[in-house]
Write a protein that binds this ligand. Structure first.
Ligand SMILES: C[S@@+](CC[C@H](N)C(=O)[O-])C[C@H]1O[C@@H](n2cnc3c(N)ncnc32)[C@H](O)[C@@H]1O
Length: 260
């Protein structure tokens, strides 16, 4: 059967992430080395003990990572006993993931595909997660209902992405730090933005949009975290944001549950 053409933003993001993949090899290797209890999240490496993004009862559960990149989150879930499936849109990111699987002696399916259309039947998973994956790079009008479809009733979806405030205060220039001014509009679709320099496409829904997206897809909202960063902490990724991040949230975490 001929495969369907990729939506325009998915094709653009595949090209972008294939080019960008070499930059993610070293952080991926570092994260793959973290053992249960040592997992950290986001651009400041906040500890799992504070964010609790991984459910306590993962052992024996079916889990999917939507936009896995080098798949270290999937590795963490597999080490905690979950049956994991990892999907990503970039062949080059998955090459790194496959090499790290071999080096660490772990084996779970690494699927090349779009998290907006995952080739698994309804109700295949107990848990879904995305850290800066589909949650940032896929269209939420498509991937949120898809996550709801994939989860069993009672199954949870946990995501971590840029905070709304970070997004609204960060200028367009590549890797510019956030400022103390609102430099972007909040209104307009689900925060879809096309980066002028490379054509990649991100999505930054506002909080009201997330609430609508989650509830209309059949989720109940459990928690919105805007985690503080400890004074003196340094981001491994976001240059110039350290002082800003002690006053405002750089990231947000949503935890939602599929209604029964
Ligand atoms: C920043 S990485 C996220 C993985 C990891 N947590 C990390 O932070 O390195 C973003 C990943 O999202 C993937 N991605 C972008 N759009 C996607 C889509 N529609 N479906 C699946 N994966 C997608 C990219 O290929 C990339 O590997």
């Amino acid at each position: 059967m001929p495969s369907e053409p990729l939506p325009e933003h998915v094709a653009a993001n595949r090209a972008f992430w294939d080019d960008y993949a070499p930059r993610w090899v070293e952080p991926g290797e570092r994260s793959w080395r973290r053992q249960p209890g040592e997992e950290t999240w986001g651009v400041f490496g906040l500890p799992e003990a504070d964010l609790r993004l991984l459910p306590d009862d993962l052992a024996g559960r079916d889990a999917v990572e939507l936009g896995c990149g080098t798949a270290y989150v999937s590795a963490w879930m597999a080490r905690r006993g979950a049956r994991v499936v990892a999907i990503d849109n970039s062949p080059r990111q998955l090459e790194t993931a496959a090499r790290l699987q071999r080096e660490h002696g772990l084996d779970f399916p690494l699927l090349l595909g779009n998290a907006e259309r995952v080739p698994y039947p309804d109700g295949s998973f107990d848990f879904a997660i995305s850290e800066y994956g589909a949650v940032l790079w896929a269209d939420p009008e498509a991937w949120v209902p898809e996550a709801a479809r994939l989860l069993r009733p009672g199954g949870r979806l946990h995501v971590l992405t840029n905070s709304l405030l970070y997004w609204l205060t960060t200028p367009d220039e590549d890797e510019a730090p956030p400022s103390d001014r609102l430099v972007r509009p909040q209104f307009g679709g689900t925060g879809r933005v096309v980066w002028p320099e490379d054509g990649s496409v991100e999505f930054h829904p506002a909080h009201g949009d997330w609430i609508r997206l989650f509830t209309s897809a059949g989720f109940e909202i459990l928690e919105l975290l805007e985690p503080p960063v400890p004074a003196g902490a340094t981001s491994w990724f976001m240059a110039g944001a350290d002082d800003w991040a002690t006053r405002w949230p750089v990231e947000e975490v949503w935890k939602v549950r599929r209604r029964s």
